[in-house]
Design a protein. Structure first.
Lengths: 213, 309
């Protein structure tokens, strides 16, 4: 297996080969190039919002403070403390007419991503946090196409923290929290409930510092 | 025991920081019951009962004036909040977990009962074990405060303002015959607070004193252990306690239960497998900064969960 058959590089390569094998190879390549460029601008203009929707009260705004870019130190991941400094990044923005806050969460950070990157400890995924006015809470969906990982949780305020509860694929409860929140930093912790039904095991932990508002 | 079985009754702590149902303690002030979830977290209650903390269902803004249409303060906001709370409680029940809702004032009962009513059918009905120092059976005309926290039992059993009693066209949220009220000070029989003719089964504070807490508890629980009920919800208002044990409430109750009596009662009630519980009306603003009364109260409540089936 070639080292490059992972992640974004793999998908781009697959897409390129697929086009080459098609009947109208050249014209389609041209069309894709044009479509990609205009689609990107078009997507950005319809996805990103300038701020929170008026439908969401300020007191219900759990995630707006995250908008901007963050450098992440991986404190713990996949039940292990990284043996050497391991950095990730995350970028947040209001989306969908201000009814959602979306992020792109990248680990390792783009500067450290290579074609030979393993799927272990590898994220290039997105979280969509959508305000549910009926539930008076945020429905949180995380998808990491690198591994196929997908999680759904419900987010609420808990004192000064944000707690998000859900279940993972095997039915075990998971808890993701934002704690130690300031305007320039936070600690994100992902846990799974142990089989004793009482204690939690930390699966992932990131310490974030703001690099751009 | 499989992990799935273990999680069938996972306890979920849900904060309901609402003071919408109470009168203002003073002009320009908001009742402090909305601080109870934070106080219980500070006291380690979620951890003590081995619960997962799901956070708070945020309440709409409190307004002191009484709404003209209903004669009830914050009626519109309470409808909104009750639906949100019902959705959150329903979500917990859908996961086959055990909701532990910490208010908030007693008007949060509307949200909990709406959650159960939404799940009800001809073959599935739920009961309510209403543990409170008062009947909370006033309506807008007989209430002296205009607060839904004095009307919550009336409203959930179908008496009172249509906008609250008939949410989503589901009147009543719980049939009076499926409710047991426990520990209340009996109002005069001819007062609108009396539940004597309502169909609600009442076990007054005086009856508990006369028969003893053991007998009274057994009678109350027997009333709800019926084949035609799919389970029952427990509402515990802190003012069911004697003001010697719990003065930090809106309406202190000098003749209420001793804390050990409430502990005994809840321990037995939890052994009967309720589907959820809520705790309301403790006001940290009325307690000492070190929570002289809230601390033993929360600790005593936590011990009762040991019997929860």
């Amino acid at each position: 297996m070639r080292a490059r058959n992972i992640d974004r590089n793999f998908r781009q390569e697959t897409l390129r080969l697929s086009i080459e094998e098609s009947f109208c190879r050249r014209s389609q390549e041209n069309m894709m190039t044009t479509t990609d460029a205009s689609a990107l601008a078009g997507l950005e203009s319809v996805l990103v919002a300038a701020g929170r929707s008026a439908e969401i009260a300020e007191s219900d705004d759990l995630y707006g403070w995250l908008v901007g870019s963050w450098a992440l130190d991986v404190v713990r991941y996949a039940d292990e403390v990284p043996p050497v400094p391991f950095e990730a990044e995350a970028h947040f923005q209001w989306a969908l007419e201000g009814r959602a806050v979306q992020d792109v969460w990248i680990m390792p950070r783009r500067a450290d991503r290579t074609a030979a990157l393993s799927k272990t400890n590898n994220m290039y995924g997105t979280t969509l946090r959508v305000w549910d006015s009926t539930l008076k809470a945020w429905r949180v969906t995380w998808v990491n196409p690198v591994t196929g990982h997908r999680s759904e949780l419900i987010g609420r305020r808990s004192g000064n923290d944000i707690v998000q509860l859900g279940t993972q694929a095997d039915g075990m409860p998971i808890r993701w929290t934002f704690t130690e929140v300031t305007s320039v930093s936070f600690l994100w912790t992902g846990e799974v409930l142990n089989t004793d039904g009482q204690t939690w095991r930390v699966q992932g932990q990131f310490r974030a510092r703001r690099i751009q508002s | 025991v499989t992990s799935a079985q273990e999680h069938r009754r996972q306890r979920i702590f849900l904060g309901a920081p609402s003071s919408l149902g109470l009168r203002p303690p003073a002009e320009g002030k908001v009742p402090g019951t909305f601080k109870q979830p934070a106080a219980f977290r500070e006291l380690g209650f979620p951890r003590a009962i081995l619960a997962i903390d799901a956070g708070d269902v945020a309440a709409p803004a409190y307004r002191p004036e009484i709404e003209a249409a209903s004669g009830i303060r914050n009626a519109t906001a309470i409808v909104t909040y009750s639906k949100a709370l019902a959705a959150a409680v329903g979500d917990i029940l859908d996961q086959e977990s055990f909701p532990v809702v910490v208010g908030g004032d007693c008007s949060i009962l509307l949200g909990s009962m709406l959650a159960l009513r939404r799940r009800s059918s001809a073959s599935r009905r739920y009961g309510l074990l209403f543990v409170d120092g008062h009947t909370d059976y006033a309506d807008a005309t007989s209430s002296t405060t205009g607060g839904a926290a004095g009307m919550d039992l009336a409203l959930v059993t179908g008496k009172g303002s249509e906008v609250l009693a008939n949410m989503e066209g589901l009147l009543p949220l719980v049939c009076p015959e499926n409710v047991v009220a426990f520990g209340f000070q009996e109002p005069p029989a001819d007062s609108s607070w009396s539940i004597g003719k309502s169909g609600i089964q009442g076990i007054t504070r005086q009856m508990i004193l006369d028969s003893g807490i053991e007998t009274a508890t057994a009678v109350a629980l027997k009333c709800l252990r019926r084949d035609d009920l799919s389970g029952f919800w427990i509402h515990v208002d802190a003012d069911v306690l004697s003001s010697a044990d719990m003065p930090a409430v809106d309406s202190p109750n000098s003749g209420g239960l001793a804390l050990r009596e409430l502990t005994y009662f809840l321990t037995r009630a939890f052994a009967h497998g309720p589907i959820g519980v809520q705790f309301s009306i403790y006001d940290p603003n009325l307690d000492t900064p070190d929570k002289r009364f809230g601390r033993p109260y929360a600790k005593a409540l936590a011990t009762t969960f040991a019997s929860l089936r």
